[in-house]
Design a protein around this ligand. Structure first.
Ligand SMILES: NC(=O)c1ccc[n+]([C@@H]2O[C@H](COP(=O)([O-])OP(=O)(O)OC[C@H]3O[C@@H](n4cnc5c(N)ncnc54)[C@H](OP(=O)(O)O)[C@@H]3O)[C@@H](O)[C@H]2O)c1
Ligand SMILES: *[C@@H]1O[C@H](CO)[C@@H](O)[C@H](O)[C@H]1NC(C)=O
Ligand SMILES: *[C@@H]1O[C@H](CO)[C@@H](O)[C@H](O)[C@H]1NC(C)=O
Ligand SMILES: *[C@@H]1O[C@H](CO)[C@@H](O)[C@H](O)[C@H]1NC(C)=O
Length: 332
C-alpha cells in the first residue's frame, strides 16, 4: 500500500473513534439542575480530576463545598480555580491524607468542630497503579481507596445524621467487577507479589461492598449510600504508571494510552454521575445502589454478597481501630 492509503485508513479510524466519542464515551450528562443552596458538601481528592469538576458544579449550584485533600500547594491552586470557575466564594479546604489513619482522624475532628451538619460526602480520592504501603503499613490501594474512606465516613456519620437528608457517594470503578475478583482475605496486606491493577480493582470492590453494607446499617436513618463508576476518564489517575514500570502489562497499558484518548471522557464528563447522585431530588430515598452514566445498573455478583460485606466491615473496623477512634472523637 502507498502512504496515501495509510493516511486514508488512519482518517477513517480517527473518524470512527470520533463518532464513538460523541455518541458513546461522552454521553451521559447529569439530567437534574436541582440547586444545592444551604447544603454542605465534602469531596475527598478534589484538587484535580473528577473531584475538582464535581466541586465546581456543586459550588455553582450554591453548595458550601469543602475540598479534603493532601497537598497544600496543589489544593490552594485548585481552590482559586474552583472559586473563579464557579463564581462562588463558599469553597474551602481541609487537609486530609487518606494514607494515614492519624490524618483521617484529625481531619474528621476539624470538620466536626467547624460544621453543624454535613449533607453530602463524596468519597472520590483514589490511587491507581501506585506501589508501596501506607503510613500504617497497609497495601496502598486498599489503604487510600478503602480504609481511609471507611474511617472518615464512620467518623462523620454523627454530622450527617444532623442533616435532614444526607448522602454518601462512593466513587468506585467498573474494575470492581474484574472476572473472578474476590477480597484478598488470606493476604489482606498483599505480602506476596501482585499486579498493581489487581490491587486497585480489589480496593474498588471493597468500595462497593462497603456501600452496600453501609446502606443496610443506615436503613433507619435519613442517610443514603450509593456507589458509581465514573466512566473511563482522562485524569491524573494514570500518573503512577509513568516512570514506574513493574511488568510488561504496565507497558501495554501505556502503549495503548494515545489510542484510548479518543475513548475517554474529560474530567467534566466524568464528574456527571457524581453530580447527579449529589443533586437529583428524585434520589432522596435511593440507597445501596450502583450507578454508571447517570443510571442505576447492576454491580458485580461478588460485590452484592452480604457475608463478604459483613466480613470486610469487621476486618476494616479492626484495621482502622474504629472503636477507639469513635470514642476519642466523641469525647472531645
Ligand atoms: N479516571 C478514570 O478513568 C476512573 C475510572 C474509574 C474510577 N475512577 C475513580 O475516580 C476517582 C477519582 O479519580 P481521578 O480519575 O479524578 O484521579 P486523579 O486525577 O488522580 O485524582 C485523584 C485524587 O485523589 C487524591 N489522592 C490520592 N491519594 C490521596 C491520599 N493519600 N489522600 C488524599 N487524597 C489522595 C489526589 O490528590 P493529589 O493530587 O494530591 O495526588 C487527587 O486529588 C478515583 O477514586 C478513581 O479510582 C477513575
Ligand atoms: C497487616 O499489616 C499491619 C501493619 O504492618 C499489621 O499490623 C497486621 O497485623 C497485618 N495483618 C495481617 C493479616 O497480616
Ligand atoms: C465508601 O467506601 C468506603 C471504603 O470502601 C467505605 O468505608 C464507606 O463506608 C463507603 N461509603 C459508602 C456510602 O458506601
Ligand atoms: C427523616 O426525615 C423525616 C422527614 O424529613 C423525618 O420525619 C424523620 O424524623 C427523619 N428520621 C430520622 C431518623 O432522622
Amino acid at each position: 500500500m502507498t502512504w496515501l492509503m495509510w493516511i486514508f485508513l488512519a482518517s477513517i479510524v480517527m473518524f470512527l473513534l470520533y463518532l464513538v466519542n460523541i455518541y458513546y464515551v461522552s454521553a451521559a450528562r447529569c439530567p437534574s439542575s436541582d440547586r444545592m443552596d444551604g447544603k454542605t458538601v465534602v469531596i475527598t481528592g478534589s484538587n484535580t480530576g473528577i473531584g475538582k469538576y464535581a466541586a465546581i458544579e456543586l459550588a455553582r449550584r450554591g453548595a458550601h463545598v469543602i475540598l479534603a485533600c493532601r497537598d497544600r500547594k496543589r489544593t490552594e491552586e485548585a481552590l482559586r480555580d474552583i472559586r473563579r470557575l464557579s463564581g462562588s466564594e463558599k469553597v474551602e479546604m481541609e487537609m486530609l491524607d487518606l494514607a494515614s489513619l492519624q490524618s483521617v482522624r484529625e481531619c474528621a475532628k476539624r470538620l466536626r468542630d467547624r460544621l453543624t451538619k454535613l449533607d453530602v460526602l463524596i468519597n472520590n480520592a483514589g490511587v491507581m497503579m501506585a506501589s508501596g504501603k501506607s503510613v500504617d503499613g497497609y497495601e496502598i490501594h486498599f489503604a487510600v481507596n478503602h480504609l481511609g474512606h471507611f474511617l472518615l465516613t464512620n467518623l462523620l456519620l454523627d454530622l450527617m445524621k444532623k442533616a435532614p437528608a444526607a448522602r454518601i457517594i462512593n466513587v468506585s470503578s467498573i474494575n470492581h467487577a474484574f472476572w473472578g475478583l474476590q477480597i484478598n482475605w488470606d493476604d489482606i496486606n498483599f505480602s506476596k507479589p501482585y499486579w498493581r491493577m489487581n490491587a486497585y480493582s480489589h480496593s474498588k470492590l471493597a468500595n462497593v461492598l462497603f456501600t452496600n453494607e453501609l446502606a443496610r446499617r443506615l436503613k433507619d436513618t435519613n442517610i443514603t449510600a450509593n456507589s458509581l463508576h465514573p466512566g473511563v476518564v482522562r485524569t491524573e489517575v494514570t500518573r503512577s504508571i509513568l516512570g514506574n514500570y513493574q511488568s510488561i502489562l504496565d507497558g501495554i497499558i501505556l502503549l495503548i494510552t494515545p489510542i484510548w484518548y479518543c475513548l475517554t471522557k474529560t474530567p467534566e464528563q466524568g464528574a456527571q454521575t457524581s453530580i447527579y447522585l449529589a443533586t437529583d431530588r428524585q434520589l432522596d430515598h435511593v440507597t445501596g445502589k450502583y450507578f454508571s452514566e447517570c443510571k442505576e445498573c447492576p454491580s458485580s455478583k461478588t460485590s452484592q454478597d452480604r457475608q463478604s460485606a459483613e466480613r470486610l466491615w469487621k476486618l476494616s473496623e479492626e484495621m482502622t481501630n474504629l472503636r477507639d477512634a469513635l470514642k476519642e472523637i466523641r469525647n472531645n
